[in-house]
Design a protein around this ligand. Structure first.
Ligand code: FAD
Ligand code: SF4
Length: 465
């Protein structure tokens, strides 16, 4: 047997100089040969820790073995038992903090962990190339409504259809997918991939109705009367603002608006689509998560000469995925660490011309365990900017919640649902994903969708019995 390589098989990527001017996907995927090479690094552990640390408990050694054996149909069969969205997860899951973090190979100091996410993507992309199987479905176990078509709702819907339920997903926007469609940019997650995985879920018999705002177009009372149970997965899409002076100036955006205009409304193809974002020379992005990286890298692709991410802590505490940070640096994004904006400055005509900032230092740890940033007095300075994008987190969207006051919320305004069962204060109403946890990750939202599907099945069957 060939000697096991210490490092992961690299994935080909678009050159940074070229890709920072286009919206095409950065990472180009493994060939089958590269995939088999990487799969051969797996130790096929008993009681594999990678499975235990995956929120949907994918049989990781199982699908990797099938790749090594050159059997992609088998690898796909294994994956499909656990996930409806493998091409998406393979691209955007924070594997370095989950399955790959605990990989036994990676734990021995000399070796990098197996590239589990990249292998998942290989199998999923192969599956999406195969003709879609149209099957007759018997969906007679009951009727379930899912509100919101992000990863949580899509997962619950797919699993419920597999169990024999007639499921309708209601989505407020004109396209399904939630953040996968309107938030994460094309260069990280092509929308054709999202659409194809959604088509696979529809092929299981799931109906998706877009342009339906539950709470406005139809009410929760109507849903409760028409369905045996429902799953609320409406996400946490309402933008937060810092509320500093000058926020209403032209050129100051929330990351939600900036990214939605670009991704969902195709603003980057202006004038073909008529929802442009402002053309910018100097952009400041505030925040340090994946959303900040996405906004900064999008601004660069739209032609900005200087893009600076300002983050109030240091690189060590940066919450964004390591890969996204590295890609952003390769694309010429600058960072101003330990920096916080305090004012947006007007050019005299209602347009942003600069951002006034202060320097911070790290003090004692706060509730999250991270060291609290503290302002250094007298450290004000100016960054020239015609566009500022705030990516400082999102909160619960109130549209549905305000029309459904019977539903108990927690102190942060999210739905109060049992973590183990997704049950809410109302029998038959389940909730999960970002609307319960606050902004989190795709895989955690999917994990909640899986739990909810199982619990809804038990609820409906016990009611019938
Ligand atoms: P969402 O994806 O938010 O979907 C909720 C859906 O419900 C939306 O489509 C919304 O329109 C719909 N809705 C809301 N109200 C109603 C209503 N009243 N009626 C009908 N429909 C309604 N996570 C990762 O793991 N990796 C990443 O790389 C990553 N990058 C991200 C980048 C960005 C820019 C953002 C914003 C988030 C990112 N995340 C990432 C987080 C991840 O996308 C979310 O945690 C995940 O999408 C949450 O899924 P969800 O199904 O709970 O909600
Ligand atoms: Fe393979 Fe790593 Fe999982 Fe072990 S822990 S089965 S080496 S991927």
């Amino acid at each position: 047997m060939a000697k096991r390589s210490y490092t992961q098989t690299p994935m080909r990527e678009q050159d940074p100089e070229i890709r920072s001017h286009n919206f095409e996907e950065v990472a180009l995927g493994y060939t089958l040969e590269e995939g088999r090479l990487e799969a051969s690094r797996c130790l096929q552990c008993k009681n594999a820790p990678c499975i235990q640390n995956c929120p949907v408990m994918v049989d990781i050694p199982g699908f990797i073995k099938a790749i090594e054996d050159d059997d992609l149909p088998k690898a796909h069969e294994v994956l499909s038992k656990y996930t409806n969205l493998p091409a998406i997860c393979g691209r955007v899951c924070p594997q370095e903090k989950q399955c790959e973090m605990v990989c036994r190979l990676g734990r021995s100091k000399k070796f990098e962990p197996v590239a589990i996410g990249k292998l998942e993507r290989l199998v999923a992309d192969w599956a999406l190339e195969q003709p879609l199987e149209e099957k007759e479905h018997v969906l007679d176990k009951g009727r379930v409504a899912v509100v919101g078509s992000g990863p949580s709702g899509l997962t619950a819907a797919g699993d419920l259809a597999k169990l024999g339920y007639d499921v309708t997903v209601y989505e407020a926007l004109h396209a399904a997918g939630g953040v996968l469609t309107y938030g994460i940019p094309e260069f990280r997650l092509p929308k054709t991939i999202v659409a194809k995985e959604i088509d696979q879920i529809k092929a299981q018999g799931v109906k998706i109705e877009t342009n339906v705002v539950v709470g406005k177009t139809i009410t929760m009372d109507e849903i409760l009367a028409d369905y045996d149970a429902c799953y609320l997965s409406v996400g946490a899409g309402a933008p937060n603002f810092m509320g500093i002076p000058g926020t209403s100036l032209n050129g100051v955006y929330s990351s939600s608006e900036y990214l939605t205009r670009i991704n969902l409304m195709k603003g980057y193809q202006f004038p073909k689509y008529d929802t442009p974002v402002q053309k910018s020379k100097n952009v400041v992005v505030i925040g340090g998560g994946n959303v900040a990286m996405d906004a900064a890298r999008s601004a660069r692709r739209l032609g900005a000469e200087h893009v600076t991410v300002v983050y109030r802590r240091s690189l060590e505490e940066l919450p964004a995925r390591a890969e996204e940070y590295h890609h952003s640096v390769e694309e010429g994004i600058d960072y101003s660490w330990l920096t916080n904006p305090i004012e947006y400055i007007d050019n005299g005509q209602g347009q942003l011309k600069a951002v006034k900032c202060v320097k911070m230092e790290l003090g004692e740890p706060d509730d999250s365990g991270r060291r609290r940033p503290v302002v250094i007095p007298g450290s004000e300075f100016i960054i020239e900017a015609d566009t500022a994008i705030e990516a400082i987190g999102q909160g619960a969207n109130r549209v549905l919640l305000d029309t459904f006051p019977e539903l108990a919320l927690n102190k942060w305004g999210y739905i109060d649902a049992n973590e183990e069962t997704c049950a809410t204060s109302i029998p038959g109403v389940y909730a999960g994903g970002d609307i319960v946890t606050g902004a989190a990750t795709v895989i955690l939202a999917m994990g909640a969708g899986k739990v909810a599907a199982k619990e809804i099945d038990q609820y409906i069957q016990s009611k019938k019995a």
